[in-house]
Design a protein around this ligand. Structure first.
Ligand code: ZN
Length: 255
């Protein structure tokens, strides 16, 4: 009897243990996906999630960063994919650059400095409707008449957006005067080959690559339409030549 009772107890203990184990497994299985789900939904992207895949981080970093940090505002592109403008051939740009009254070939830094001293190149800073991006391969100087052109285009752009949700948006100037040395560093030109010199090496050209909004609430359509209209108007009136490029709009003043 005692042996039988003891056997019966062991069965019950084993049974209870098994039930407990099963319950535990089920509980873990139930809670694990739930916690992953909540981590996906609540974790701030740009931290652990983004490190799981570099490809994802690179591809979507703008989106990931924009969501948690709402103050980061995405720019609107100004290139040949989004703007519709006829292309003026580069030969025309080069001819224009050389024929501007005060233009000269800015071969190197000392040429640029002497140009500034003589007032043939003027320093360019942010103005109404435009701003200058941090520059790595050019200097924020232009021929005086090209600096005036930039100011006028900035005014025209700001006027277009005045009183709209996009008021205060500025276009971003990403390249101005490049010495022939800097141009050569970009791999686009032989340092001494003046025949195929860039119009940037005459202080005659600048590039616009983006418009920068004040908030993500104002969408890109208004600033994109505005910059398109400004460029088109200046081009049609014969004041500028334009080359829509892959990353920007290349603009040269006409004499
Ligand atoms: Zn350019």
């Amino acid at each position: 009897m005692e042996i039988k009772r003891r056997k019966y107890r062991w069965d019950r203990i084993a049974g209870a243990g098994l039930t407990l184990l099963t319950a535990l497994i089920l509980f873990v299985a139930w809670i694990a996906p739930a916690s992953v789900q909540s981590a996906d939904g609540l974790v701030h992207p740009g931290t652990e999630v983004i490190n799981e895949s570099n490809e994802l981080a690179t591809k979507d970093s703008a989106q990931f960063h924009a969501r948690p940090k709402e103050e980061e505002i995405l720019p609107c592109s100004c290139n040949k994919k989004v703007l519709n403008l006829p292309k003026n051939p580069y030969t025309a740009h080069r001819q224009a650059a050389r024929n501007l009254p005060s233009s000269f070939y800015v071969k190197d830094k000392s040429e640029m400095k002497s140009g500034k001293r003589r007032g043939k190149l003027v320093a360019v800073t942010d103005g109404r409707g435009y701003h200058i991006a941090p520059l790595s391969h050019s200097h924020a100087v232009l021929l005086p008449e090209v600096a005036s052109l930039l100011e006028d285009m900035g005014q025209a752009f700001a006027d277009q957006l005045e009183g709209t949700l996009s008021e205060g948006t500025t276009f971003r100037v990403t390249s101005l005067t490049r010495t022939a040395q800097q141009q050569a560093q970009l791999g686009r030109q032989n340092y001494n080959a003046i025949t195929d010199a860039s119009t940037h090496s005459y202080g005659a050209s600048f590039d616009i690559a983006y418009t920068d909004r004040l908030s993500n609430e104002a969408d890109c359509s208004s600033p994109t339409r505005a910059i398109q209209r400004v460029l088109r108007t200046f081009q049609e009136s014969g004041r500028i030549l334009v080359i829509p490029e892959r990353n920007c709009m290349h603009i040269t003043l006409r004499p």
